[in-house]
Design a protein around this ligand. Structure first.
Ligand SMILES: [Mg+2]
Ligand SMILES: [Zn+2]
Length: 218
């Protein structure tokens, strides 16, 4: 049951790789999310290119300079290692650009820069528009919610992982790894049904027991 290894994994920045400090222009305030570096290291060791796709509308709003965003991004790389591509949208909500997520532009630009097809990429983010941008670009989206992620964003996401480690498990098809099963049985909470979100879409081919709305299995 192996998926092909993705051509690249593209991460949202704020709230996904680093703590979300709105309109941050100060490199000293960059704080990686726990588990970010090990997750990235696993992907890099597996030979999977990594990138960042980030909305920075603070630039358009005059709340942060583009140079400050660049300094913050450089600090991210100091702490989390080099990414193969960065795609940044500096526009505002009303600019009508094609790159601000949930538009697909950042994902498409990152894929183009890497010389890969967006449909072979994975996008990991913490809110609905990350997943929507992935979907719009034809990529696979994985939501890693934070306490600020809205319930409807979780239920609308096709795939949800509890943290970056679990997201990389999904990507590298490593869950549950055999080496952890030597003592017998699956680790608690790692079964296929654990935490499976109710799918809100018009799923035509959902397996029994996963009907929309839940509670319809009887
Ligand atoms: Mg975010
Ligand atoms: Zn833009």
């Amino acid at each position: 049951m192996g998926r092909e290894r993705p051509a690249a994994v593209l991460f949202d920045r704020d709230g996904t790789l680093i703590a979300d400090v709105p309109y941050n222009g100060d490199p000293a305030r960059v704080e990686p999310v726990p588990g970010a570096l090990p997750a990235l290291t696993r992907l890099r060791r597996a030979g999977v290119p990594t990138g960042v796709v980030t909305n920075q509308s603070g630039v358009a709003r005059g709340l942060v300079h583009a140079a400050d965003v660049a300094a913050v991004n450089a600090r991210v790389e100091e702490l989390l290692g080099p990414f193969d591509v960065w795609a940044v949208c500096p526009h505002g909500e009303d600019d009508g650009c094609g790159c601000r997520k949930p538009a697909p532009g950042l994902v498409l630009a990152a894929a183009r820069s890497l010389g890969v097809d967006a449909r072979d990429c994975v996008v990991i983010g913490d809110i609905g528009r990350d997943v929507e941008a992935a979907r719009a670009a034809g990529a696979r989206g994985i939501l890693v919610p934070t306490p600020l992620t809205l319930a409807h964003e979780v239920s609308a996401a096709g795939e949800v992982a509890r943290d970056l480690r679990a997201a990389v498990d999904l990507i590298l098809d490593a869950a549950p790894p055999a080496r952890h099963g030597a003592a017998g049985g699956n680790p608690p909470g790692r079964g296929p049904a654990a935490g499976a979100p109710a799918r809100g879409g018009a799923g035509a081919a959902e397996p029994a027991g996963y009907g929309p709305g839940g509670g319809r299995t009887a």
